[in-house]
Design a protein around this ligand. Structure first.
Ligand code: ZN
Length: 213
């Protein structure tokens, strides 16, 4: 929050503002997390049903290209399967709650995922991507994020207001939260669940967060 203009206020006004901010933050802290309501639970359930409908079919791209670029099996240790992926996520996330997530769409902490308001207005594919990403955090510190470069220029396709530059929103491992969502999107393109244009831009966006020095 930008507090620069505060010095222009008279002292008592400043005290009042600080007091109001303090109260608001208190309210935010104490009413922060809640159980998902019925509507939110339904949205979450629908995300998993959608994921479970995605199964390998005939490969729509040429086989040498597929073999060259597919990462799914080497990461997950099973062939592409939405049902298995759904179980993979569910074995890692024990509880979901709803609350304020600041600059993020969702946050993982100790087996629990906190879903922000934005999560529920995403389309089902983006919701699955967010869940997949958060589930990776269950696998420990190795999959924590690193700070994105200050000159990071890529847009966040799920929320343009989120600016990753200089924030902990990048990975320095190929199979972290962003690498695995890229691998998933690649399969969706290869099996024709997404057209190549959409699969490529989505894949590129996830992979842009994987940085190596
Ligand atoms: Zn993350």
């Amino acid at each position: 929050m930008d507090s620069k203009p505060l010095f222009e206020f008279k002292f008592h006004k400043t005290v009042l503002i600080v007091f109001v901010l303090y109260c608001l933050s208190g309210i935010a802290i104490y009413s922060d997390e809640s159980k998902l309501n019925a509507k939110q639970s339904k949205v979450l359930k629908e995300s998993f049903s959608y994921l479970e409908s995605l199964e390998p079919k005939r490969i729509k791209i040429d086989k040498p290209t597929y073999n060259r670029l597919t990462q799914f099996e080497s990461i997950f240790k099973f062939g592409f399967s939405g049902k298995k992926l759904s179980r993979w996520i569910q074995s890692r996330i024990k509880k979901y709650s709803y609350g304020s997530t600041g600059d993020y769409i969702a946050m993982y902490h100790d087996g629990d995922v906190l879903l922000g308001r934005a999560f529920f207005s995403l389309n089902r594919l983006d919701r699955v991507i967010v869940l997949l990403h958060e589930a990776r955090h269950a696998d420990g510190k190795n999959y924590g994020h690193v700070v994105c470069p200050d000159n990071f220029q890529f847009l966040n396709p799920r929320d343009w207001k989120i600016h990753p530059a200089g924030k902990k929103g990048c990975d320095d491992v190929p199979d972290g939260g962003y690498g695995i969502t890229a691998a998933f999107l690649f399969e969706l393109g290869a099996f024709g669940y997404l057209n190549q244009t959409e699969a490529a831009y989505r894949y590129n966006s996830e992979i842009s967060r994987v940085i190596r020095d």
